[in-house]
Design a protein around this ligand. Structure first.
Ligand SMILES: O=C[C@H](O)[C@H](O)[C@H](O)COP(=O)(O)O
Length: 221
């Protein structure tokens, strides 16, 4: 199986995983990216089994609507039964790096609200130590240079992601060269920098379940 087929396999497995948890009034949280897009397409096939969704990006909201799946404002829902999203890296503790598609802040918000966070990832995302994938940090535009200097002090090599504006109107700095042995601490340290909206480490709130696509099949971790 190629990487794309592995993404489809984990997306399909996520449907099997969430289906027994859904009720007619359930709200499903939906992530962003190529793996999440496959999930959205499969979600369309079980449309009658839940009420609607909240989306972690304008792009995902658009795709959901194209399938005729209701998309609600997060402020208008009381709870989110499950959040399903991809990742750029995951370690064995299900701590993640996310934000390769610049959607990290809304993803973190929906994950925080959800009763359960199911991460779907192909095997290439599995690492022992996070940080091989440059860590995305969303910043308020006027604070970009300041945040960059502070990130240098934390041992990283910050690179401005040129030409990218997040759904929240902010910018992204990708931090290269971090070997993240204490993800919770690093998440906290970066979020303390004035001007940072949030960073792409999901360690304070890791995934509850990881569906990892391997050649041998999808494993649940
Ligand atoms: O901002 C984007 C998200 O964090 C994605 O979930 C992440 O980049 C993984 O995307 P993909 O499924 O395309 O590899």
């Amino acid at each position: 199986m190629n990487q794309d087929e592995l993404k489809q396999a984990v997306a399909k497995k996520a449907i099997d995983y969430i289906l027994p948890k859904l009720e007619s009034d359930s709200i499903v949280g939906v992530g962003t990216g190529s793996t999440a897009n496959y999930f959205i397409d499969y979600l369309a096939e079980i449309k009658g089994h839940f009420d609607g969704t909240v989306a972690s990006s304008e792009g995902s909201a658009e795709r959901l609507k194209q399938h005729g799946i209701p998309v609600y404002d997060l402020n208008s829902v009381d709870s989110v039964v499950v959040y399903v999203d991809g990742a750029d890296e995951t370690n064995p503790q299900r701590e993640l790096i996310k934000g390769g598609g610049a959607a990290l802040t809304r993803e973190k918000i929906v994950a925080a609200v959800a009763d359960e966070f199911v991460c779907i990832a192909d095997g290439s995302k599995w690492v022992e130590i996070l940080g091989g994938f440059p860590l995305p940090v969303e910043v308020i535009p006027m604070a970009r240079a300041h945040v960059g200097r502070e990130l240098l002090k934390l041992g990283g090599n910050p690179v401005y992601r040129q030409g990218v504006v997040t759904d929240n109107g902010n910018e992204i700095i990708d931090v290269h060269g971090l070997a993240i042995t204490d993800a919770k601490q690093m998440e906290q340290d970066i979020n303390q920098i004035v001007g940072v909206v949030t960073n792409g480490l999901f360690a304070a709130r890791p995934a509850d379940v990881l569906l990892l696509g391997k050649e041998s099949g999808v494993v649940q971790i």
